[in-house]
Write a protein that binds this ligand. Structure first.
Ligand code: GLU
Length: 420
């Protein structure tokens, strides 16, 4: 018998996304008839607003079914440029400074591929600065491009935020990208405008001396889901670094459109137009445009859905307070008060070294999450793949009803009380 053809080292080395995997497993268990309470998926439980659906449905009915320009139909690109100018103050944006991609993830992939060169035998790898814990897909996308992840570790005590001193100390002449994600998935916290300005000043100073190729990649997907009294600042609006910043955003979280797969990137000035063009060249060899009849939905979402977004935001604000107060009452589960996005990210390490009532030793966040799912039918994401101190944490998405939050946290409390 001949052996099966082999797979590439690249894909063999790649870790599957744990967020996608746990959310998928919980959904499958539900389909199998189990009373699973899912807190794994980073996905709003609301339906897409009707007017957004109608815009796409009308475009489909009108025959908008053909190829479009790779980076997006012009009016949709213009709507995004207008939004980023009006709401976020990104300077000098035209439709040419905007690219529309199949979800935020593809924007991340394209940016990494367009900025990072694989290492050569004579040169050290290019470095990407990643404050951790960080969303699970940054590291694989950086590494697939050949970059080396340089972690900047943060802790619960500082709301998982790095300091300007930490950033300054991590920058080298090999620094190619700095990844920012505020509000943060998985941490549920966000930087203040002043904190971001201080980080921008460090980047500007380094770019003028040691690290001329440093680019800020700022993932602002959770921009609209904030409730801690902190204002959102788009760091790409800071003039000194505007022409070395790629802003990533999309419709998934703010408009409850995860399945539509609409993400976008933007960058200012001459450099911005050239990096977006480069990303378009790569995208043109991959996906071409996003689903064509979705484009008209973009303008409707960005311009006409302020009330819906505000309703979602208020619901998340209530859920954040509820889950935070319930988690505080569970022994050995240490949460931080969420200020943005829809995640609680408590430390559960106090329970490591114990055994579950089903006999499973709990020595890691993964053990904790597995036993919680198997024994109490509660799905959360173990923190290991978020890196850094994430290995002592679990991510609990509260994009679900208050009733489910109450039930789930009751089960979590019961689970913890039986660990011995
Ligand atoms: N971003 C969401 C999450 O973190 C969706 C799944 C994914 O892409 O990782 O759960």
């Amino acid at each position: 018998m001949t052996r099966h053809p082999s797979l590439s080292d690249r894909v063999n080395a790649l870790k599957p996304s744990v967020t996608v995997a746990v959310a998928g497993k919980a959904k499958q268990m539900k389909r199998d008839g189990l009373d699973v309470l899912g807190f794994a998926a980073g996905e709003p439980d609301f339906d897409t607003p009707d007017k957004i659906k109608r815009a796409a449905a009308s475009a489909l009915a009108a025959g908008m079914t053909r190829y479009q320009p790779t980076l997006g139909e012009p009016d949709a690109r213009a709507a995004i440029a207008e939004k980023l100018t009006r709401e976020n103050g990104l300077p000098g944006l035209t439709p040419d400074h905007v690219g529309i991609h199949v979800g935020g993830k593809h924007g991340l992939y394209l940016a990494c591929q367009c900025l990072i060169d694989p290492p050569t035998t004579s040169e050290a790898p290019q470095e990407v600065l990643l404050p951790t814990p960080a969303w699970v897909s940054y590291r694989p996308n950086i590494e697939m491009a050949g970059g080396k992840v340089v972690e900047i570790p943060t802790t619960l005590e500082t709301d998982f935020k790095m300091t300007p001193e930490q950033l300054r100390a991590a920058i080298t002449p090999r620094s190619r990208m700095l990844i920012l994600n505020s509000p943060s998935n998985p941490c549920g916290t966000m930087y203040t405008p002043d904190e971001l300005r201080a980080l921008a000043a460090v980047v500007a100073e380094a770019a003028a001396s040691t690290a001329p190729d440093l680019v800020v990649f700022t993932d602002e997907l959770y921009e609209k889901i904030i409730y801690g009294g902190i204002e959102h600042l788009a760091i790409g609006s800071v003039p000194e670094i505007a022409e070395r910043t790629i802003t990533l955003n999309g419709l998934s979280k703010a408009y409850a459109m995860t399945g539509w797969r609409i993400g976008y990137t933007a960058a200012s000035g001459d450099w911005g137009a050239s990096i977006i063009k480069a990303m378009g060249k790569l995208q043109g060899q991959m996906t071409t445009n996003i689903t064509s009849f979705c484009y008209p939905a973009i303008r409707v979402a960005l311009n006409d859905c302020h009330d819906e977004v505000e309703q979602f935001r208020q619901a998340f604000a209530k859920r954040a307070e509820l889950i935070y107060s319930l988690l505080q009452d569970i022994p050995g589960v240490e949460p931080v008060r969420p200020t943005g996005a829809f995640y609680a990210f408590p430390n559960v390490a106090a329970h490591f070294g114990k055994t579950s009532k089903g006999g499973k030793p709990i020595n890691s966040a993964l053990d904790f999450a597995e036993a919680l799912l198997e024994e109490e039918l509660v799905a959360v994401v173990p923190g290991e793949d978020f890196d850094g101190c994430g290995r002592e944490h679990v991510r609990i998405s509260f994009a679900c009803s208050e009733e489910q939050i109450r039930k789930g946290m009751e089960r979590l409390g019961g689970f913890v009380s039986t660990l011995s």
